[in-house]
Design a protein around this ligand. Structure first.
Ligand SMILES: [Zn+2]
Length: 90
């Protein structure tokens, strides 16, 4: 059974229409320390469980989404447009 991604613009679509671009982490403030930016750009956790990732609907609406996926089961818990995301890291 194919995995379906609930695109907020196109509805349920097969995962093959998307390109995964990695962790959707809160971006540091523009004046954050070099260490904070180094951590943001280069260091990643390898969590087990729900994790937010950036997915691009390449063969659909071409919007960037934040998809919440379980890293152990690959179950998709939800998806939202990146424009709906407004928080930043401290
Ligand atoms: Zn879409």
């Amino acid at each position: 059974m194919a995995s379906l991604i609930p695109c907020p613009h196109c509805g349920q679509r097969p995962k093959e229409e998307f390109t995964v671009k990695g962790a959707a982490l809160a971006r540091p403030a523009a004046d954050a320390s070099r260490e904070a930016w180094f951590d943001h750009v280069y260091l990643r956790e390898n969590p087990r469980g729900r994790y937010d990732e950036h997915w691009h609907h390449t063969s659909g609406c071409r919007r960037w989404l934040v998809v919440t996926r379980d890293t152990a089961t690959h179950e998709i818990a939800g998806a939202r447009d990146t424009a709906a995301r407004t928080e930043t890291a401290k």
